[in-house]
Design a protein around this ligand. Structure first.
Ligand SMILES: [Zn+2]
Length: 475
């Protein structure tokens, strides 16, 4: 690359010389006229041509200059990465001979300065980046009355091993929020459609009777000094709530602000760019190298229901208006756990994820969503032996998926996989009422609206047509 840059520099110098020569010729028009007297028309033409050539050469120079700049930047980035790697190796070596490995400050530094991950493995890289952000947040807001962030959980299709999209795939992680010390979250059910929704009431509790570890706060309610500190510093009730309810948008805004602030502290910021994206209920950003898109990351926030795999999340729900204090129930963590369980039990060459991926790519995205098909596949995975998902049964399984969807369409009923379903594996921890309740019909709107049902039938036929196209022609 350096040789190429040098060669381009030489080329630039040569072209500059040519431009200089041409300019000199232009600066002495009398000489030019003398040489070309008697050829007025030819002279005029030549002058215009020279002018044109000047511009063309200037254009080439600009291009070359741009290319040189890009090459230098590229080579600098490579050097920075190398330096960073070397530094990390040195740090690792230092650490081996160091006794203060238990120092929390040292731990933080190590966690943040850890080797820039191998970004050829995107899931790992995204995870590591988000982990670093969370360490920085928790360190910055330690011992305040701001929520504590737990380790982010990978959710969504990419981490499950399939994707309805071919490019610009979003990596989604759920960041569990725990109440700060001296606070408690009350989950209050508030509406049932579309799905189970809650509000999260934040309340102060007395901690006088609790053992106070070093550096922890004393009681916010009965210690005037602590109360004053709470009123002056960042506070969940003042900064992230509306009334006493946790506000989705305020939480997302706070997180977005913090991501921008902490980005420059990460070693990745030397070689990559962070581009925040607008999002009211999550923290969405792109990581770029120059103009090349690396990752699209979306962080959603979650409040765990007891010790179950079900969370209340900041995700959007399919409603015309989603209140800022509404936290819909999400099954994303349970779904992730379900697909991991299936992966551990199925043969390594099982085709269930490919079947799901292929079906979702035939979607039109109007009446049916990827979630509809995912629900169908989850039902089928629990009602038929996993060995049936082998590659050689591939076509039959595609037919099963479409056949199941067709029969649901006919009945106007597709049951939610995690609500009132006895077939959910026991390893997935569900709140008791979710196991005991009546099944929940995802196709309720089709039962209520004949037009929607008719559209869904037409869309189903089109989907079948598209699926055949995908199988026969690959598109
Ligand atoms: Zn107290």
């Amino acid at each position: 690359m350096e040789q190429r840059a040098e060669m381009l520099n030489r080329e630039m110098t040569r072209l500059w010389q040519e431009v200089e020569e041409m300019s000199q010729e232009q600066r002495s028009p009398e000489q030019t006229n003398q040489r070309q007297s008697g050829f007025a028309w030819a002279s005029l033409l030549l002058s215009a041509l020279q002018h044109w050539q000047c511009w063309a050469i200037a254009g080439v120079l600009v291009l070359l200059f741009g290319l040189c700049w890009w090459l230098r930047k590229w080579s600098c980035e490579a050097e920075t990465q190398e330096e960073s790697s070397d530094r990390d190796v040195e740090e690792e070596e230092d650490e081996e001979g160091n006794d203060d490995a238990n120092d929390p400050g040292r731990y933080l530094e190590d966690a943040i300065q850890r080797r820039v991950q191998n970004w050829d493995r995107p899931c790992e890289a995204v995870n590591s980046l988000v982990e670093k952000f969370i360490i920085l947040f928790n360190n910055d807001f330690f011992n305040t009355s701001f929520p504590v962030l737990e380790k982010a959980i990978e959710v969504g299709s990419v981490f499950e091993g399939w994707s309805p999209h071919e490019e610009d795939i979003p990596y989604c992680l759920l960041v569990p929020l725990k109440p700060p010390r001296g606070h408690i979250f009350h989950l209050e059910p508030c509406s049932m459609w579309p799905g189970r929704n809650f509000r999260v009431r934040v309340e102060l509790v007395c901690t006088c009777g609790m053992v106070q570890p070093t550096r922890e706060t004393r009681c916010f309610l009965h210690d005037p000094e602590e109360e004053q500190r709470r009123n002056e510093g960042p506070s969940i009730l003042q900064d992230l709530c509306t009334g006493s309810y946790l506000d989705v948008q305020k939480t997302a805004e706070w997180f977005q602000k913090m991501v921008r602030r902490f980005w420059k502290d990460l070693p990745e910021s030397a070689a990559y760019r962070l581009m925040p994206l607008p999002s009211e209920r999550s923290c969405k950003f792109r990581v770029l190298r120059g103009w090349e898109k690396m990752f699209l990351i979306e962080l959603i926030f979650g409040v765990q229901e007891g010790d179950s795999d079900i969370f209340l999340s900041s995700q959007y729900i399919e409603a015309a208006y989603t209140s800022r204090t509404l936290w819909p129930e999400t099954y994303a963590v349970a779904e992730m756990k379900f697909f991991r369980l299936i992966a551990s039990q199925a043969q390594p060459d099982s085709f269930h994820l490919r079947c799901l991926q292929l079906c979702t790519r035939s979607l039109m995205g109007r009446e049916f969503s990827a979630y509809t098909l995912k629900t169908v596949v989850m039902h089928l995975l629990t009602t038929m032996p996993l060995s049936h998902w082998h590659r050689r049964h591939f076509l039959q399984r595609l037919e099963d998926i479409m056949g199941y969807l067709q029969s649901c369409l006919k009945k106007r009923c597709l049951n939610h996989f995690f609500i009132g379903n006895d077939n959910v594996p026991d390893v997935i921890i569900l709140p008791l009422e979710l196991r005991m309740t009546e099944p929940f019909n995802i196709f309720q709107h089709l039962a209520q609206n004949p037009n929607a049902h008719e559209n869904a039938q037409l869309e189903f036929e089109e989907m079948q047509h598209r699926l055949h196209g995908l199988l026969l022609h690959g598109r």
